[in-house]
Ligand binder design. Structure first.
Ligand code: CP
Ligand code: NVA
Length: 311
């Protein structure tokens, strides 16, 4: 593992090793602090879109591990406009020991990785959000124990977060059902890939247009905004199309009684999720946000530090 661009590129052992390491780093942090294994190392953080969790959790994660991080705003770098993406990667590689980037087009992060001499971490692209899914399956594992045979129901847009959850869930043996309005299902190529992982782990993937059916027997109910960053002009249309796809108390009541509710945040409360659910007893929203920190420290320790996967 040289870069961290998609959960689909990890094998199951690598994924479990990251989760185990996230667990260990979290326990170590709670017990007094992490060892400064990234002392003197700098992470360059390149953003084409806004962020709260990703920016802060990566920056704090580097500090926990003894290193530091540098925020590069959308205006500063202008990937591909001020200079080519390849040149940005070549130049940054001479200054920093790792690059985390949040981009619109996934090919931009692939191009950064192709031309970078240092590890590149995907902090969200239009295609996927692997750091989010890693933190989320870590959270589900903490709360539910064994994940194999569990069911995750994603309600809403078949977007970047849904894609990464399809990959992570199926690799860990979870059944994943995505319920979206017609026309907003996950891309068939993503579903095909996830079905391949599911075939190996003994899990199942279903795509549905009926939220009430999708949450039957679910251990995890997941939702995300109906209009992602970059789709703001579609927001009003999507509000009409996604009627009936709200995660509210009535929908949650159809899942297992002990089911947890997840959302990557930021949430549009009153749209895809109600306050009662987001702030209710089954909500894992803020544990997920916290666990981004520890899950990403596992990625940083592995790619920039002395920890290697598989051993
Ligand atoms: N969930 C997540 O990635 O949040 P930010 O967009 O605030 O980084
Ligand atoms: N799907 C959302 C996730 C934000 C963390 C977006 O891309 O805007």
């Amino acid at each position: 593992m040289k870069h961290f661009l998609s959960i689909a590129e990890l094998n199951t052992d690598e994924l479990w090793n990251l989760l185990q390491l996230a667990h260990d780093l979290k326990a170590e942090w709670k017990a007094g602090g992490n060892d400064p294994i990234l002392k003197g190392k700098v992470l360059g953080m390149l953003f084409q879109k806004p962020s709260l969790r990703t920016r802060v959790s990566f920056e704090v994660g580097m500090v926990h591990l003894g290193g530091s991080a540098m925020y590069l705003s959308p205006n500063e770098i202008q990937l591909g406009k001020r200079e080519t993406t390849a040149d940005v990667a070549r130049v940054l590689s001479r200054y920093v020991q790792g690059i985390m980037a949040r981009v619109f087009a996934h090919r931009d992060i692939e191009e950064l990785a192709a031309y970078s001499d240092v590890p590149v971490i995907n902090g969200l692209s239009g295609y996927n959000h692997p750091c989010q899914a890693l933190g989320d399956v870590f959270t589900a594992w903490e709360k539910l124990g064994d994940l194999a045979g569990r069911k995750l129901a994603f309600i809403g847009d078949g977007n970047n977060v849904a894609n990464s959850l399809l990959f992570a869930g199926t690799k860990l043996g979870m059944d994943v059902t995505v319920a979206s309005p017609a026309g907003y299902e996950p891309h068939p190529g993503v579903v095909r890939l996830a079905r391949g992982f599911a075939a190996e782990s003994g899990a199942r993937v279903e795509v549905s247009n009926v939220p009430a059916d999708a949450v039957q027997g679910a251990d995890v109910i997941y939702t995300d905004v109906w209009a992602s960053m970059g789709q703001e002009e579609e927001a009003e249309l999507r509000k009409r199309r996604f009627v009936g796809f709200q995660v509210n108390e009535a929908l949650v009541a159809r899942a297992k009684p002990e089911a947890i509710v997840m959302h990557c945040l930021p949430a549009h409360r009153g749209e895809e999720i109600t306050d009662a659910v987001a702030d209710g007893p089954q909500s894992a929203l803020f544990d997920e946000a916290e666990n981004r920190l520890h899950a990403q420290k596992a990625v940083l320790a592995t790619l920039l530090g002395p920890r290697s996967l598989g051993g």
